[in-house]
Design a protein around this ligand. Structure first.
Ligand code: GDP
Length: 471
């Protein structure tokens, strides 16, 4: 998308529904100053230019004398529309032939084929949506589970925008006071209470940090929470994965080291999508294929949000479990120790076995809990899945805003940096004008998220270019 596309205000047209889908109806959308006139010139029915906004009209679309289809037209008179311009939506029968003919007919009558995201871009440029809401439209359309839908819907409804707006207002108030001081120049007055301000910056910094941290969760929810399943060969990783997926996709076998490569499976449990990654067994080996697998296991854990470490009391020593889990440990990695094959245990000595593991790993903060189960038994595996869902949901508190967009995180990081500069500036007695300039930087960075301040045209192109045509 180029700059000229962004500022153009001609009438655009595109298929708004999925191309090639099997549904009964397709919707073709027109937006722009001439949308109603162009539709009128091919529509036989009521005169659309004389109708009220938000009305439906039955009629035919004609190319000269040829009737192309019987359609229903939805009329939205600007600014009462998604784009704030005149919008006409034509519901046609879902035939590629009909759609192609109507699109080319409309283009012949003065419309232009819309580019990816152009309808939503216009909604943003005309003030119908702010930038983060526009991005939420794309997320909403892409959402495939309850949790990501909730986050996108909240963002679309302005949840994040209003939170950022509150932050901006606080900063703006203070910047104004500071600038007032500067206007008084030599007179050495202080309108802005320094200690109050330091407290405010402290709170804002904390808040921004929370938002930045929520990205890891937000991103995981959007793309599926990556869960690495790790354990020695024969620990039951493939069996567990199969039970989880309730189908035999991974190869299960008694020969140690059969899961040579990694296998990834997606599944949604209670509205949260997980990406389960089964990996090669952690056995020191000279077999090169498996050695590659082990290296990959380490990579996968590095990219995972959750580690399920499988072991059993018959084939593992507590020492090796402790050693391996410690080797994988990293701050923020949710680690669940899965003691498998409890159906084979006598029951009595397993608790002793876990005693040491519990003391070292749970006590030492390397793992969050131990779930004892039999990977072959779905009922016991359900205990693990409910714990997983609970832990993911627990990552964010209720009502907390969640950032799912990398562009927002980058802006928040820059805003945080500017707030740090302000904070440090205060401590070292930086002059008012320099403080004000750092404050304005912070404001600008926050403003780029919602697009309240001018966002670089290139950035707009990138954001809206990711949409499909017709959005
Ligand atoms: P992997 O190498 O870690 O993927 O282990 P597998 O899933 O291939 O399992 C190794 C062997 O242990 C297979 O024979 C499984 O049937 C068996 N196994 C796995 N989980 C259980 C369990 O909970 N109980 C019993 N009795 N056997 C299990």
């Amino acid at each position: 998308m180029t700059t000229s596309d962004i500022i153009s205000s001609d009438t655009i047209v595109a298929l708004a529904t999925s191309p090639g889908a099997n549904g009964a109806i397709a919707v073709i959308r027109l937006s722009g100053a001439d949308a109603i006139a162009i539709a009128n010139s091919v529509f036989k029915g009521k005169d659309l230019s004389k109708q009220e906004t938000h009305t439906l009209h039955f009629g035919t679309i004609r190319d000269g004398d040829v009737i192309i289809d019987e359609v229903v037209i939805s009329l939205f008179i600007g600014p009462n529309s998604y784009t704030k311009e005149h919008v006409v939506e034509i519901s046609t029968h879902n035939s590629n032939y009909i759609i192609e003919r109507i699109l080319s007919l409309l283009i012949r009558h003065g419309a232009r084929a819309a580019k990816a995201g152009e309808f939503t871009l216009r909604a943003y440029l005309n003030g119908g949506l702010d930038l983060s809401q526009a991005e939420a439209v794309a997320d909403l359309i892409a959402s495939e589970n309850k949790a990501s839908h909730e986050i996108a819907m909240n963002q679309l409804r302005g949840g994040i925008s209003s939170e950022l707006q509150r932050m901006r207002e606080q900063l703006i108030n203070f910047t104004a006071l500071l600038e007032l001081e500067l206007d008084f120049g030599e007179e050495d007055v202080e309108f802005a209470d320094r200690s109050e301000f330091l407290a405010l910056i402290g709170t804002l910094k904390e808040h921004v940090t929370q938002l930045i941290n929520s990205f890891e969760y937000g991103n995981a929810i959007k793309n599926g929470v990556p869960v690495a399943i790790i354990g020695k060969p024969n620990a039951g990783k493939s069996t567990l994965l199969n039970t989880l997926l309730n189908e035999e996709r991974a190869i299960v076998s008694d020969i140690a080291g059969t899961t040579r490569d990694t296998i990834e499976e997606m599944m949604t449990i209670d509205g949260v999508t997980f990406r389960f990654i089964d990996t090669a067994g952690l056995r020191e080996t000279l077999d090169t294929i498996e050695a590659i697998g082990v290296a990959r296991a380490k990579e996968k854990v590095a990219a995972a949000k959750v580690l399920l470490y499988l072991y059993d009391s018959l084939n593992n020593t507590a020492e090796e479990v402790i050693e391996q889990v410690k080797a994988f440990h990293r701050e923020g990695l949710i680690t669940i120790l899965v003691r498998n094959k409890i159906d084979l245990e006598g029951g009595y000595f397993a608790n002793d076995f876990d005693y040491q593991i519990k003391a070292e790993l749970i006590g030492g903060g390397y793992a969050d809990e131990i779930v004892a189960l039999s990977a072959k038994d779905p009922a016991s595996v359900a205990r693990l899945t409910s714990s997983l869902v609970e832990r993911i949901r627990g990552l964010v508190s209720d009502n907390q805003q969640v950032i799912t967009n990398i562009r927002h995180v980058e802006a928040l990081k820059l805003a945080f940096q500017s707030m740090e500069d302000v904070d440090r500036g205060f401590q070292i007695g930086l002059s008012g004008d320099l403080l004000a300039s750092h404050l304005r930087d912070a404001l600008r960075h926050i403003g780029t998220i919602t697009g309240q301040i001018d966002v670089d045209r290139d950035i707009l192109g990138t954001i809206f270019g990711k949409f499909c045509i017709g959005k």
